[in-house]
Structure formats: structure tokens, C-alpha cells
Design a protein around this ligand. Structure first.
Ligand SMILES: Cc1ncc(COP(=O)(O)O)c(C=O)c1O
Length: 389
């Protein structure tokens, strides 16, 4: 049986996969089982932040595997302590809970917000406002939080206590917060990724923070996709000039090893106490070693400025393609609106030509490794330009 046949027989068919079996990768290039090379503008949905098998990252992960691979959280490890300290220093948060995915980071954020409110106000102040078109994960609670009807199917009953309001609609947000006295948090992505790479308006974000501040409602930023340098600043919140009470991270944080992180500010750092939350694998030493290597690189002088410059270059190149109607997004998280062609068709055609890209709703989506070079951008753009002729 071929690899694809084995998948079809023995792996649940929950994904729409391209018919490509990836075998290895180096830098920004992946290689399939037939030796065909692909430039990667998707980086495993923004996860291989340093590309494939970056030398220093691989050395750190391999050294950790050979030292101690797992301990459970009944014990302490230096590598987790070091990463937590450094992550808090870079982001300005007080402490962190480690899980293994974006959904888990958001689960922690939801629990934290509800307990903060429970501790102060008692039962029934538990509602979390999320935005229409948001995406927060695939667990039952994070699906309930996700503001897209298409996900609210089959798995009834969903978790109670989530209401949606349209992104960038200040009046609607004011109405919810003034009328619903059970609200304990507002949760949002600065750039809705899965929803189509749509950045929030600054005025809307300012209003979230104003209303939440006035009503002791916590702000939860889901930076699972936007975080760790993806948008050209370590956190996207920096570009909006705000400091959420809670920020969730995952995807690129550990360079391709599973990790999720929920960061808490001083105000809510002591809410989750012994026995209220946990994860067997959370803060696993291998993931922390990978995360430290990512942090080393992303915090190097000039690295994030380069991400911004490459973003500008990407946008300039895209604007030269006549079929491109417009480009949305921040940093190296870009969504491309096409005039006539369907993004899904381009995805398949691009892969055939040796370029891996993503889609989000009706747009092409680029989440290249943060280490992508100008030459690689040119090479990918050449393929894309041909396909969009
Ligand atoms: C903003 C956001 N939140 C949460 C998630 C869920 O992350 P995971 O698939 O790691 O659970 C995603 C995944 O795409 C995401 O983009």
C-alpha cells in the first residue's frame, strides 16, 4: 500500500490534504518522497517559524531528547523555567501556563477568565464575547467560542456562555457589554487568520479595551497565529498599542514542536491555583528546548525589522500581479484577494509547480517561515505570477 492509501485506510478522514507525501525539509524548502522540491509559503500553517530543520533549533531539540525528554509536571525542569522567564520578559506578562496546542492555550484562557470573575463576583458572570468570523480551535469549548456558524454543527450540546458580536462594529460591542451583565471577558484575534486574514480596526480594539477596563472585563488576545514575530512584532498587540490581560500563543512558538502557552498579566496571574488546571505534556522539555531556540532567533537584533521589510517586499511583488485585487494582513501573515480566479484552484496548481501556499476563506494565504529570503520570495512569486496570468 502507498502512504496515501494507508492514510485513507487507517487515518480518520478529517482533512482535505494535497496528494503530496513530504519526506524532509531544509530551510524554506520541503522535499517529497519523489525528491521534488517545494518552496514553502505556508510553513505548516505558520508553525515552522525558522523553516525546516534549522541547525541551531535542531541541535537544541536533539540535545534535549538525549538529555531528558519528559518528566510530567510533578517535577521541575530548568529548560521550562528558562523559557517561561524569557517569554515573560519578552512579552511583559507575569506568568504562563503551558499546553500543547492553540486550542489548549485558549481553553486555559477561558478557564482563567471565568475563574477570575467567579472569585470576585461569584457564579453567573461567565459569558465570553467573541467575534463573528473568529477561529479559536477545535475542542468543544473553543468551537463554542469560534464565531463561525459552519463550525456549530453536529457536536451538540456546545458549551454555554459564548456570544458573538461582529468584528469592527463598535456599537454592537457597546450594546452587548451594556446589556449583558454576565460578561467576564472579550476574546479576539488581532488579525482573524482562518476567517480570511482580516486585521481588526485600531478604533475597534481601543473600544474593546476601554469598555473592558470600565467594567472589569478581561481582554483575551488569541495570538495563536499572530504571535511570536509573525506580524513583524513579537506580539501583534504591540502594533495596536494595547496590553491584553491574557494572551494565548501556539503555532510558531516552538518552531514545529507542539506547544501552547497562555500568558497572564499581573491582574490575573494568581487565579489558576493548584488543581484547577493541568496537562501531562504541557511544558515538555523538548518543546521548551525548541521554543528557546526560536526565541533566541526572533529576539536577535534586527530580526523583526527584517520580517517587516520582507512583508513590504512581498506586498510590492504581489501588487505587480494584475490578477491580485488587494493584500490584507500584517507582517508575514498575508491574505491575497484575487480578481477572478479561485484561491483553492491556485493552491493545487501552485503545489504542482513546486510552491506550497495556503488559503483562508476566498483568499490565498501566506505564512512563510520568518527566515524566508528575498531570493525565495522572488522564486515563489515567479511561480505565482505565471499561475495567475
Ligand atoms: C487564532 C487561532 N486560534 C486557535 C487555533 C487552534 O490552534 P490548534 O490547531 O493548535 O489547536 C488556531 C489554528 O488555526 C488559530 O489560528
Amino acid at each position: 500500500m502507498s502512504t496515501i492509501e494507508k492514510f485513507n485506510e487507517h487515518v480518520m478522514q478529517t482533512y482535505g490534504r494535497l496528494p503530496i507525501v513530504l519526506e524532509k525539509g531544509k530551510g524554506r524548502e520541503a522535499v517529497d518522497e519523489n525528491g521534488k522540491e517545494y518552496i514553502d509559503f505556508g510553513s505548516g500553517i505558520g508553525t515552522n517559524s525558522l523553516g525546516y530543520c534549522d541547525d541551531k533549533w535542531a541541535d537544541a531539540v536533539c540535545a534535549q531528547v538525549r538529555s531528558i525528554q519528559h518528566t510530567s509536571n510533578y517535577f521541575y525542569t530548568k529548560v521550562q523555567a528558562d523559557f517561561a522567564e524569557r517569554l515573560c520578559a519578552v512579552t511583559g506578562y507575569k506568568n504562563v501556563f503551558f499546553g500543547n496546542s492553540g486550542a489548549e492555550a485558549n481553553e486555559c484562557a477561558i478557564k482563567l477568565a471565568r475563574k477570575y470573575s467567579f472569585d470576585k463576583y461569584g457564579k453567573c458572570r461567565h459569558t465570553i464575547v467573541t467575534l463573528v468570523n473568529s477561529f479559536h480551535g477545535r475542542t468543544i469549548a473553543t468551537l463554542s467560542a469560534t464565531g463561525q456558524e459552519v463550525f456549530h454543527n453536529y457536536f451538540f450540546p456546545f458549551v454555554e456562555g459564548f456570544v458573538n458580536t461582529p468584528a469592527n462594529d463598535i456599537e454592537a460591542l457597546r450594546k452587548v457589554i451594556s446589556e449583558d451583565k454576565t460578561v467576564c471577558a472579550v476574546m479576539f484575534e488581532f488579525v482573524q487568520g482562518e476567517g480570511g486574514v482580516n486585521p481588526l480596526d485600531k478604533a475597534f480594539v481601543e473600544e474593546i479595551f476601554k469598555l473592558c477596563g470600565e467594567n472589569d472585563i478581561l481582554t483575551i488576545a488569541d495570538e495563536v497565529q499572530t504571535g511570536v514575530g509573525r506580524t513583524g512584532t513579537f506580539l501583534a498587540s504591540e502594533q495596536y498599542g494595547v496590553k491584553p490581560d491574557i494572551t494565548s500563543l501556539a503555532k510558531g512558538i516552538a518552531g514545529g514542536v507542539p506547544m501552547g502557552a497562555c500568558l497572564a498579566s499581573e491582574k490575573c496571574a494568581d487565579v489558576l491555583v493548584k488543581g484547577t488546571h493541568g496537562s501531562t505534556f504541557g511544558g515538555n522539555p523538548i518543546a521548551c528546548a525548541g521554543a528557546n531556540a526560536v526565541l533566541d532567533r526572533v529576539t536577535e537584533k534586527g530580526f523583526l525589522e527584517d520580517v517587516m521589510k520582507k512583508s513590504e517586499y512581498f506586498k510590492k511583488k504581489l501588487a505587480e500581479i494584475p490578477e491580485v485585487e488587494g493584500v490584507d494582513g500584517l507582517g508575514l501573515m498575508l491574505g491575497v484577494r484575487l480578481k477572478t480566479k479561485k484561491a483553492a484552484d491556485i493552491l493545487t496548481a501552485a503545489a504542482e509547480k513546486g510552491l506550497l501556499i495556503l488559503t483562508a476563506k476566498e483568499k490565498l494565504r501566506f505564512l512563510p517561515p520568518l527566515t524566508i529570503t528575498y531570493e525565495e520570495i522572488d522564486k515563489g512569486m515567479e511561480i505565482l505570477g505565471e499561475l495567475l496570468k
